[in-house]
Each structure stands twice: as structure tokens, then as C-alpha cells.
Design a protein around this ligand. Structure first.
Ligand code: PLP
Length: 404
């Protein structure tokens, strides 16, 4: 058998790379080069950041540099950043009755969450199930502020959680307006900004958030690192989620993931520096994608099309299509998309987000999420449209297996 030469291998590799188009950036993003470099440099260090010797201090320096960058991404102070193992853990840390401020030491009696939150918020953290109440959204997928005000008028010390942008639809929530209502009711506002970070500019003060969640792997950092950012250090967790060695100012014990945190910091710095350029790049391609989609299937519905949305997300459906089948068909054509619904176990669940928006179950079953990123190209958008054209025409011919 003849051996394949290096030129041939690199051609095959570049062909297999160009044959795939990744449109699942809301699930996770590729590691940015800056983050990869920071990760590798940090892995070469030995010290424990809690040790006082030079090795320990070198590791500590990386963490504190990263803390500054993560704080800067959201307009916070470094001292108010608490590193965690994920966005999920940051949400779990935030959602507890035992949050104290100088003015208020009583535990929160109820947790109010918008009806479209991520599952890590929907579980209610450390609140008992019966103390968690959902807040309605309108048909555009935005929090209903009148309902919020009315609901909070009955609460004594509410904790409210409203995400900044939804992971399925990309729809941006009126968090600043919500914050004014929450604060007038004597409550605190937690904002899950995992999907919004790096895609729109964020300032914790302007948002009115008391607590804000971030996740490294949605902004080009590694998986398994997150942060909970406080509005100020007068917000204190009386019962941290993980207790032990007193790391993270006593609010999150455990030897820090030095390399992961250093890479998170590098990703945050890059995301902040390039946010505006990347957003306009993604928006231009997303507009082309949506225009192409509607030209092929005028009956397709783009959820929240007229609402303020992240520049990178399209959630669409066409009646008669089954999302699971469509995702497999896209995948076979080299295009990675996802269902709008949660499918962490590989099994697609009906979307609670679309249900909350009043979308019919028939349309919900066909919802496909396309999410773009900073490396997305026009050629990849064309690949997506070619794959969709094939699928839509198979559907029109009534081919088995695609229809719902
Ligand atoms: N919050 C939102 C809105 C998300 O989309 C996700 C992940 O998809 C999370 C929280 C959880 O973040 P992590 O994957 O870091 O646990």
C-alpha cells in the first residue's frame, strides 16, 4: 500500500476542517489563542496560590491578574469576583436565602425567577421548591415588568433572578428596569450573564445587578471555570456552597483551578477588547443567514425576531419539522446546530422557553438553534443554507422521518 505524503495529509485535514461548519457557540466556544497560551503557561507552574513562598506567589499572581480582567469585562471591582467551577456553580452559590447586606441580615423568604431561565437557575439553588416562583414573559420572550412589580408588592425580602440574554432565543431581558422594581421592593437581583458576556457590553452597575454569573467557556475560555460577581463587597454569603480552606475570601473553598482561571482572564481580556468588532461580524453573518433562511422557507418562524437579541443567535422553526431529525440531517451535511431545547442527556426535552412565550407545541418540536461566533465565515453560512435547502425540499416532498 502506498503511504500518504505530508502534503496529502494536510490537504485531507484542511478538507475535513472546511467540511464542518460549527453553529453551536451557545453550547460552547472554541478556546481563544490567548486563553490557550495562558493555560499552558499556568500549567507549567507548581505553586499552590495559598502558599507564601515564591512558587505560591507566582500562582497567586496569575489568579489576581485574571480577577482584574474578569472584573473589567463587566465593570466590577476585582475584589468582588468569586471564581467557581462553572456558571452552574455560580448560580447555585448566588441562589441562597442567606445573603446578607449591612442593612439586612434577614434571610430571603422567596426566590422569583423568570420563566425562561437556564436549568441551573430553574432548580432554585438552595431555596425549598415551594419558595420558588416563576415570573411570566411576554410573547416576545421578555420579562413582563408589570407582573414583576405586582408580584413583588406581596413579597417581604425577595431574591430575583433574571438572565441577561436567553441561551435558546438570544433575547435580551430588561434587567435595568427589573432592578429598579426589585430594589424598590427591598430585594436583590441576580443576573445570569453567561450567554451575554462577550457578545454585548456589560456593566454590572448599569444593569443594576447585585450578583452576576459568568462562564469561561462561552467567551473562549476553558470549560469548568466560572465566576459570581458581586455589585460590592457588602454582599455577603452567610453560608457558602463549599466550605473548607477559606479561599475566595471564604466564599468558595478549594484550591483554585489556577490554569483554568488564568485562561478565563485571558479570554475575558480578549472578549472585552474585541466585543464590538466581533458583534458586528456576527450580526452581519446572522442577517445573511436569516435572509437566506426566509428566502428558502418563507413560512419559517424566527423566534423573537423583532425583540432585542444577541447578535449571534437564531432560533427558528418550520411547522412539520422534527428538531431531532433536522439536527442529524444538518450534522450529516457537516453543519453543527442544536435544538433550542435542553438536551444535556442527548434526549431533547420540550423547550420551557418557547412554552413560556406561548409558542404552539407543534412549532416548538421543530425549533433549531443556530449560534454563531467570531470565527464564523460566509462560506459556513452558505453551508448551513445549502443543508437547509435540502432539508426543506425533502420536507416539501413529504419524506419520512423529517416531519413531526
Ligand atoms: N446559564 C446559562 C444561561 C447557560 O447557557 C449556561 C450553559 O449553557 C449556564 C448558565 C451554565 O454554565 P456552565 O456550562 O459553565 O455550567
Amino acid at each position: 500500500m502506498r503511504a500518504i505524503g505530508p502534503a496529502c495529509i494536510s490537504l485531507l485535514m484542511s478538507l475535513s476542517m472546511t467540511e464542518r461548519a460549527y453553529f453551536d457557540w451557545n453550547a460552547t466556544t472554541p478556546l481563544r489563542q490567548e486563553a490557550r497560551d495562558a493555560l499552558q503557561a499556568a500549567l507549567a507552574l507548581t505553586g499552590n496560590p495559598s502558599s507564601v513562598h515564591a512558587e505560591g506567589r507566582a500562582a497567586r499572581r496569575l489568579i489576581e491578574q485574571a480577577r482584574e480582567e474578569v472584573a473589567r469585562l463587566v465593570g466590577a471591582r476585582p475584589a468582588d469576583v468569586i471564581f467557581t467551577s462553572s456558571g452552574t456553580e455560580a448560580n447555585a452559590l448566588a441562589l441562597t436565602p442567606a445573603i446578607e447586606t449591612p442593612a439586612e441580615k434577614r434571610p430571603h423568604d422567596r426566590l422569583f425567577i423568570s420563566a425562561i431561565e437556564h436549568s441551573s437557575v430553574r432548580t432554585g439553588g438552595r431555596f425549598p421548591r415551594e419558595a420558588v416562583e416563576e415570573l411570566a414573559v411576554d410573547a416576545e420572550g421578555r420579562l413582563n415588568l408589570a407582573t414583576l412589580a405586582e408580584t413583588l408588592s406581596r413579597a417581604s425580602r425577595p431574591l430575583v433572578s433574571v438572565m441577561l440574554a436567553n441561551n435558546e432565543t438570544g433575547i435580551i431581558q430588561p434587567t435595568a428596569e427589573a432592578a429598579a422594581i426589585v430594589h424598590a421592593a427591598g430585594g436583590l437581583l441576580h443576573v445570569d450573564a453567561v450567554q451575554a458576556a462577550g457578545r454585548i457590553a456589560i456593566d454590572i452597575g448599569a444593569l443594576g445587578a447585585d450578583l452576576l454569573t459568568l462562564s469561561a467557556h462561552k467567551i473562549g475560555g476553558p470549560k469548568g471555570v466560572g465566576a459570581l460577581v458581586r455589585r460590592s463587597d457588602d454582599i455577603h454569603f452567610a453560608e457558602p456552597l463549599i466550605r473548607g480552606g477559606g479561599q475566595e475570601r471564604g466564599m468558595r473553598a478549594g484550591t483554585e483551578n489556577v490554569a483554568g482561571i488564568a485562561a478565563f482572564g485571558a479570554a475575558a481580556a480578549a472578549a472585552r477588547a474585541q466585543c464590538a468588532d466581533e458583534a458586528s461580524h456576527m450580526l452581519a453573518l446572522r442577517s445573511a443567514l436569516e435572509a437566506g433562511l426566509k428566502a428558502i422557507s418563507p413560512q419559517a418562524v424566527i423566534f423573537g425576531e423583532a425583540a432585542p437579541r444577541l447578535p449571534n443567535t437564531t432560533l427558528f422553526a418550520r411547522e412539520g419539522i422534527k428538531a431531532e431529525t433536522a439536527i442529524i440531517a444538518f450534522d450529516l451535511d457537516g453543519v453543527a446546530v442544536s435544538s433550542g431545547a435542553a438536551c444535556s442527556s442527548g434526549k431533547v426535552q420540550p423547550s420551557h422557553v418557547l412554552a413560556a412565550m406561548g409558542v404552539s407545541p407543534v412549532l416548538t418540536r421543530g425549533a433549531v438553534r443556530v449560534s454563531l461566533g467570531w470565527t464564523t465565515t460566509e462560506a459556513e453560512v452558505e453551508m448551513f443554507l445549502d443543508a437547509w435547502r435540502k432539508l426543506a425540499s425533502a420536507l416539501s416532498k413529504g419524506r419520512q422521518g423529517i416531519a413531526a
